[in-house]
Design a protein. Structure first.
Length: 586
């Protein structure tokens, strides 16, 4: 028996040692793989850009991202910051002769596409070429491609050009069948986030606002294409309205593309443009590999800094991460930038539909405090609405893209009454005692009584008054005026400029230049917050997250976004400052 325990103990020690060694080997491999090396670009090269993934505000620092592990091939993806930096770098790189847009789908928001599109327009000023090719052009993909010198499509491909549409899913019928009542407390005629739970179709107010902002987005979309392709905007509207483009040859007929070609013909054209013989290979440089590890690092000799604080995702409590805004994490980042004497100005980059009203207020307070000691400028991404706008409203000035979604100044709360579902559907009943009249306020096993509903409505009303007061103060407007353009209504960046919710239309660079001018500095370094996690910090959680996300996306495909939306809804806690819906314009 003694010998038996000896062998068992030795085996356990051996297994533990193997695990430790294995862990350090894996960390070493990942660390080595995750280290960026400057790509050597050969003469007469072409930068290939394919953007068929959801583009985040900045590239993940997680070295596990994009590295195959356990036979799971996860594609490396660049953030918007590096995509824009790479295009800018390619403009002056003598070895890059042009750009090859190899695309079909765009899974990103309108403002993100706009920033990349503007970077490509700027790239063309160098005199270098841009060629676009796709087998399928969605409307978002074509909007980006339309800036190219030549736009080609596969002869048997698909070209979508039929206008924008917006569709909503309503759960009222399903909830009624389950015996669940959505008890809604809200402020704002247009605050339609609650409508799917209490209606079976859009309200008149919601239909009005959707028609308004969707029309604004579509007008800007057609204007941009018309300018790039030298086509009349009204003609483009009629082409789409009458579905004149059903096949690739129709797109050629109406001059939306320059030719119908197969991939080999595109490669032949690229060879001609770069002086290659037909039997030679093209020097294609992938966007993901066209990296310069030093391009986002501090440069120059100045001690002055401008801090860029990235706030992306739903707003909630806690630390947050690259995909969510934690009030604690972003507060610390703003506070760090505020207290750092080397930081002369702050740019707050917001891409958020909102979330918790409490967390939004915490972040608003940090912006207010920062504004007292140094300039703080907001740059809006795809969405900066509801709680996302609440964060922004106290800044010195606000920049948005014409197709940014913003506004939605309103507040709501939803409390489910599951009594019928639990009692009649499942046969579950409840009983208990309480020491105070309102001790069980918010209990989902029974309906709210009139007095409780009045209490909650008062809290929501107060939240709305606080919201409109904060916006009025920050935007130097009367609270009455903010209420008239508030009420939960959603606006595009172009519309928001006209009604005074934003100050200028522009991108992140424009906001940075404005911050520098307000701080009266010309020589400065850029520093990004929150600081991204190190390899060891990311190792356990990062690997788990990558694998879980990969498996869910593989299993659910296009439906993954609905699963993600459902997870967000289930996290609702307390009153919400949130955009009424997830925008997916195609």
């Amino acid at each position: 028996m003694k010998q038996f325990f000896k062998y068992v103990f030795a085996t356990i020690i051996g297994v533990l040692l193997c695990l430790v060694i294995f862990t350090f080997v894996v960390i070493g491999i990942i660390s080595s793989a995750g280290k960026d090396k400057k790509t050597e670009v050969e003469a007469n090269s072409v930068l290939r850009i394919s953007l068929d993934y959801a583009i985040k505000e900045r590239t993940s620092a997680n070295p596990l991202s994009g590295i195959p592990f356990l036979n799971l091939s996860v594609k490396k993806s660049l953030g918007l910051n590096d995509i824009l930096a790479n295009i800018k770098r390619a403009k002056t790189d003598s070895n890059i002769k042009g750009i090859y847009l190899d695309e079909s789908y765009m899974l990103s928001g309108e403002a993100t596409i706009e920033e990349i599109r503007n970077a490509l327009i700027d790239f063309k000023k160098s005199g270098k070429f841009i060629i676009s090719y796709g087998e399928i052009y969605t409307q978002g993909a074509y909007y980006l491609a339309s800036v190219a010198d030549k736009v080609y499509i596969n002869p048997k491909g698909i070209f979508e050009f039929r206008g924008f549409h917006s569709q909503y899913t309503f759960f009222k019928g399903a909830l009624e069948k389950l015996g669940i009542e959505a008890q809604v407390i809200k402020v704002g005629t247009f605050k339609s986030a609650v409508e799917p739970f209490i209606l079976d179709k859009m309200s008149d107010a919601n239909r009005l606002q959707v028609n308004s902002y969707l029309g604004s987005l579509y007008d800007y979309f057609l204007t941009g294409i018309g300018k790039s392709r030298n086509l009349n905007k009204d003609s483009l509207f009629n082409i789409a309205n009458n579905l004149r483009i059903k096949y690739p040859e129709d797109a050629l007929k109406y001059k939306l593309v320059d030719g119908l070609k197969y991939k080999d013909e595109i490669l032949d054209e690229l060879k001609k443009r770069t002086g290659k013989e037909q039997d030679e290979n093209i020097n294609l440089v992938e966007m993901n590999d066209y990296n310069d590890p030093d391009q986002n690092k501090d440069s120059g000799s100045s001690n002055s800094r401008i801090a860029i604080i990235y706030a992306s995702g739903d707003i909630g409590s806690g630390e947050g991460d690259d995909n969510s805004i934690g009030s604690e994490g972003i507060s610390k980042a703003i506070r760090k930038a505020r207290l750092d004497k080397k930081v002369k100005a702050v740019v707050l980059r917001i891409n958020s539909p909102g979330g918790s009203s409490l967390a939004s207020d915490v972040l608003w307070r940090e912006v207010v405090m920062t504004k007292k000691v140094k300039p703080i400028i907001v740059s809006m991404g795809d969405v900066a609405a509801s709680g996302g706008y609440y964060m922004a409203c106290a800044a010195d000035s606000i920049f948005a893209q014409p197709n940014t979604i913003t506004g939605s100044i309103g507040i709501f709360a939803i409390l489910p009454n599951m009594q019928t579902f639990l009692n009649q559907k499942l046969g579950i009943t409840f009983d208990g005692v309480k020491t105070g009249k309102f001790a069980d306020l918010g209990d989902v096993t029974r309906p709210l009584n009139p007095e409780e509903r009045m209490i909650l409505q008062d809290q929501v009303n107060r939240g709305y008054l606080d919201f409109t007061n904060a916006v009025a103060s920050g935007r130097k407007k009367t609270q009455k005026y903010i209420d008239s353009i508030g009420q939960g209504r959603v606006w595009t960046g172009s519309q928001a400029l006209k009604i005074g919710l934003v100050d200028r239309l522009g991108n992140l660079d424009d906001a940075i230049h404005s911050a520098a001018a307000k701080a009266k500095i010309t020589d400065y370094k850029l520093v990004a917050y929150p600081e991204q996690k190190t390899l060891l910090e990311n190792f356990g959680s990062g690997l788990t997250s990558e694998v879980k996300t990969y498996m869910m996306k593989q299993e659910l495909g296009e439906s993954y976004r609905y699963y993600n939306d459902l997870k967000t809804i289930l996290k609702f806690s307390g009153t919400q400052m949130r955009l009424p819906y997830t925008l997916d314009i195609r």
